[in-house]
Design a protein around this ligand. Sequence first.
Ligand code: NAP
Length: 318
Amino acid sequence: MKAIVCTKYGPPEVLQLKEVEKPTPKNNEVLIKIHATAVTASDCIIRGFNMPGNFGFPKKQMMELMMRLVVGFKKPRKPIIGLVLSGEIEAVGKKIKRFKIGDEVYGFTGFSFGAYAEYVCIRENESKQGCLAIKPDTMNHEEAASITYGGILAMHFMKDANIQNGHKVLIYGASGATGTTAVQLAKHFGAEVTGVCSSSNMELVKSLGSDKVIDYTDEDSINKLELYDFILDAVGENKTSKLKIQCKKALDRNGKYISVDGGDLKLRAEYLIQHNGIIEAGHLKPVIDRTYPLEQIVEAHRYVAKGHKKGNVVITVN
Ligand SMILES: NC(=O)c1ccc[n+]([C@@H]2O[C@H](COP(=O)([O-])OP(=O)(O)OC[C@H]3O[C@@H](n4cnc5c(N)ncnc54)[C@H](OP(=O)(O)O)[C@@H]3O)[C@@H](O)[C@H]2O)c1
């Protein structure tokens, strides 16, 4: 099968298209023929080994050591990287109960990686090694692959906020993969949403349902802050501004500030299943900035690594 192989940490050019052996599913795995994947911010972080935050560790060095132990010391232990996918089940292991051959599925590969390929094997049950759900019929594979990463991050980091009707929610970095999903989810949960983005993304963020939009590059933006019940930093610690520093103080008495770099992300199939209902209700739409074929993944990584994509960058595979 065709796959993109990453033989060392480095710039986008370390990614190479190769012919590799097609995997065979173990008893607890399904074999998926991948139709689409996406280049996520995390893929660039892993390919270059540039860790942004502490991910809950007290010191960055501790987090980096842990990541090298898990992902690989000098190069990725799993040379085919890639975290999200949408495709069709081609074979199932003997113990598989939730899925059957022919099911169209989408999901996250987690620490098993492997989505930059024509086929991947994933465990049926959710774990740090990934999670899977049936793809809604209303989305094609490109859309499903694009919504998985931001969807799981947004759902995970918003679940503790317990957003209620009328809550005031601010999404910092509303134009990225997580931000575009978080704005729509917060609206779905009944919040009054303020999205923070640059001027070039204001129309996009409004079109996703944001009631108010603040341009973080505007000198006067700090004066536009109100008090919020919940603030989500949807772009992580590497992306900041004067407004971001200030907005940490713009919380109502019981308000909460959460960063996507702040904790231990759980890969729950339940998040995807919840998405399915919201997608089918028409309240959650993927935002796709660009689409590249698998053969042009180096160009896609160069683009994503600049840090300014709008929503998601999709890779078509089969
Ligand atoms: N906790 C965990 O386990 C975990 C796991 C995976 C990922 N993460 C974190 O989650 C982040 C997810 O990011 P993502 O993929 O959703 O983002 P993304 O799509 O890569 O973000 C791109 C967006 O960021 C905006 N942006 C750039 N600089 C900004 C700034 N200074 N202030 C506000 N917005 C800015 C850009 O718009 P403009 O340029 O127009 O502003 C662009 O639309 C990752 O970077 C990683 O840090 C955490």
